[in-house]
Design a protein around this ligand. Structure first.
Ligand SMILES: [Zn+2]
Length: 114
């Protein structure tokens, strides 16, 4: 019976269409390459970044350099961006607050866009 088949086919098609448009994910990973999305979502990075947070006592290192040790930040940043060959070594990683992190990301994006 055709009617039954149509009734099944419709939701099935919608299900196939679904994953093509992962809106929430796209927003979260804006500006990142697929490799970076995978990297930042990995268990390795979670452990690595947590170790840096503990080391920096969750204080924003940029604000600290500017004389304010009271600002907390949970963003772990590559001082030299990975895209520019920055490593995951301790010296290249530090905690940043949202403000400093956003400022730095903006600066990096501007430098990148030629
Ligand atoms: Zn800061």
């Amino acid at each position: 019976m055709d009617e039954t088949r149509t009734g099944i086919a419709m939701p099935y098609l919608e299900r196939i269409k679904g994953p093509k448009y992962p809106k929430a994910k796209e927003t979260a990973s804006r500006g990142k390459t697929p490799e970076e999305v995978k990297y930042y979502g990995s268990g390795y990075w979670k452990r690595r970044s947590e170790a840096v947070r503990v080391r920096d006592k969750r204080r924003c290192q940029e604000c600290l350099r500017n004389g304010d040790p009271t600002v907390y930040g949970i963003n772990v940043d590559h001082k030299i961006p990975r895209r520019q060959g920055g490593t995951d070594d301790d010296e290249n990683l530090e905690c940043l607050c949202d403000t400093c992190h956003a400022r730095k990301s903006r600066r990096e994006r501007t430098t990148q866009n030629r």
